[in-house]
Design a protein around this ligand. Structure first.
Ligand SMILES: NC(=O)c1ccc[n+]([C@@H]2O[C@H](COP(=O)([O-])OP(=O)(O)OC[C@H]3O[C@@H](n4cnc5c(N)ncnc54)[C@H](OP(=O)(O)O)[C@@H]3O)[C@@H](O)[C@H]2O)c1
Length: 185
């Protein structure tokens, strides 16, 4: 079974997902109480998350694990011992490539996965493992930081499904990734 990869992330207008030191203060200050950006709906639609090692480290720093669904951390440097004891049944680690990770999850019965992290999203997009991508633009220019898509080899064609603006000033575009291995387009 082919697993459909989904991206859902927020970036500054100049394309950064975090400051150099991984802080997200610029993102937090834009969160408007009660405004629904579709995060819960996305979470409900996936079997679990696949995240990069840096995103995992950041989430760990929150002091509270926010996910109910299984999380697979892609890393060559982290292992099971890096997950807190109480969460070892929810978090797993793998050093394999994105196609291998998706194939493994497909064998476990996953149908869709939320792929998170700047460099990891880039790797999954390049491998054509992403079917759908929702990008929310935060009304701020950071000037420097960690890029959403540092560099991709060749063009990746997208089809706009919807664009929405929110009273808070956030602008959200949802795209279908053309020619992805899971997409029907
Ligand atoms: N704005 C948003 O919506 C949003 C969303 C998610 C994350 N963030 C933030 O953005 C920052 C993300 O940083 P990032 O882009 O540097 O990290 P990332 O994608 O979360 O993690 C990158 C790390 O994942 C591991 N990895 C394993 N397989 C990989 C592969 N095929 N390709 C690339 N990496 C692979 C590598 O670590 P090893 O050396 O351990 O193998 C690599 O250094 C974090 O601060 C996070 O909190 C923001």
């Amino acid at each position: 079974m082919m697993v459909s990869g989904r991206i859902f992330l927020a970036m500054s207008l100049d394309g950064f997902v975090a400051r150099e030191d991984h802080t997200l203060d610029w993102l937090d200050k834009q969160q408007v109480e009660g405004e629904d950006h579709g995060y819960e709906a996305l979470m409900a639609s996936v079997d679990g998350l696949i995240m990069g090692a840096n995103t995992f480290r950041k989430v760990m720093s929150f002091g509270r694990w926010p996910y109910g669904k299984p999380v697979v951390v892609m890393s060559r440097s982290l292992s099971a011992a890096d997950a807190p004891q109480g969460l070892r049944d929810k978090i797993s680690f793998t050093p394999v490539s994105p196609p291998e990770a998706m194939a493994e999850l497909g064998r476990k019965g996953w149908r869709s996965a939320y792929v998170d992290g700047g460099r990891l999203c880039q790797a999954f997009l390049t491998e054509r493992l992403i079917e759908e991508m929702t990008v929310t633009i935060i009304p701020i220019i950071l000037g420097r930081g960690r890029r959403f898509l540092p560099e991709t080899a060749g063009d990746i064609d997208l089809k706009l499904i919807s664009s929405t603006s929110f009273p808070s000033g956030l602008a959200q575009c949802r795209y279908l990734v053309l020619n992805s291995s899971g997409a029907s387009a």
